[in-house]
Design a protein around this ligand. Sequence first.
Ligand code: ADP
Length: 461
Amino acid sequence: MSLRLRLTILYSALTGGILLIFGVLVLFLVNFLLVSQMDDTLVQTYTNLLKDWRVGPDGKVTRGVMSELNLTANISYQVWDQQGRLNFSSPNLGIFNKSLDPIGYQSNVPVYHEAYISPWGHLRVLTIPLEAGNRPVGTLQVAASMIVVDAARQALLKIIIITATASMAFAAAASWFAVRQALSPLSAITESALQISHADDLSQRIPNRGSENDEVGRLISAFNETLGRIEHTFASQQRFLADVSHELRTPLTVIKGNVDLMRRMKHMDEESEESLDSIEDEADRLTRLVGNLLLEAQAESGKLPLHFAPVELDTLLLEVFKEMHILARDRVKLRLTEIDQIVVSGDRDRLKQVFINLISNAIKYTPRGGEVYLSLGKVGENARLIVRDTGQGIAAEDMPHIFERFFRAEKSRTRTKVGGFGLGLSIAHWIVDHHGGRIEVDSAENKGATFCIYLPMLKNQ
Ligand code: ADP
């Protein structure tokens, strides 16, 4: 649920809640006042009635001439004697001879009670036991119709419900627009931040169109400051990577040169030969790692120029095949199964790097005795290089990540001694992508891996 919707619901619920509490209080107060007024009228009526009355020898209660009453239409009364006979009642009750409040009638203390008596409807009845010299002689019931009170209560309830609903709707609409107004700078920030992230350009900043001192302005400043720091750190990291890899290339070349020199020396025993092989292997591996590091640093900082020219992929593949044969030695069988003459437009050195990265990975992640197959053919308008191995394969959960920078599958990190930086595939992906091609991979754990590269061929082949 969006923040806008949540705030709108909160504001309208608050408005509705406050109005409802207020309405219920008003309802109670009005009800209390109306009922009190009604009770006052009942008390007044019974006081007038009891001004002059007497009990006859037969136990009947009679009214004296003194008790003149000015009864309004909604007030009625009944006087019952101790034998339960209705002695007299107000004229508006006519021949009605049942108690106005059968429950209150049972009481032997004065009591107010509400009763529903047909045909009079809702009544408020005051029941007072009559006594003569501490001796009960009968019961007086004075009743007032509650029709007006009920109508007033209902009207008030309706007004409260309509007002609360209308206010809630109004509060919802008002807060929906107000919140949009208030949050619109945040949407703009999100938009800018996403643009920066999609463009992979840390030099961009979020423009501040409002005040710099309000909450949003401060958020933008803080965000821009963070971006600045990230940009600085990132640039230093790229510089460091580029410098280190550059500096490492020279000593590695010197080591390789000296190994060559030593090989040419006479009197080399078998052990020395093996040591030299091992030094050369490690120097080659380090050269590949350093090469990848340098490429990654350059690609990241946008300083990896691609020099496009026609490239004969078959010749390039044969060249890499020969170099990789040395790497595979007799540990893994490297086979070239198919090779077509294909020319693409590309940067030869970079494409060579892609071939080396894929084939050296296949050799690296295939145990002794395994096989690596290479084939180069045409598929429609594209050249397709397939590198297939019979090695450890890639687990399904690692598949989505293998082209990410510095990603190394758990198994590769823990079980294989051959270390890498997790850069080979991300560089290969970057280069192929910038040649208008694509890389696909198909693999399962312990079932080997197959990498396919598609590159657009030059026309007329
Ligand atoms: P690394 O330097 O670790 O080889 P890469 O970017 O070349 O880095 O490869 C990333 C990860 O992909 C490797 O760590 C490995 O887990 C997996 N991977 C790449 N190629 C293969 C392959 N042919 N067989 C099995 N796993 C592979």
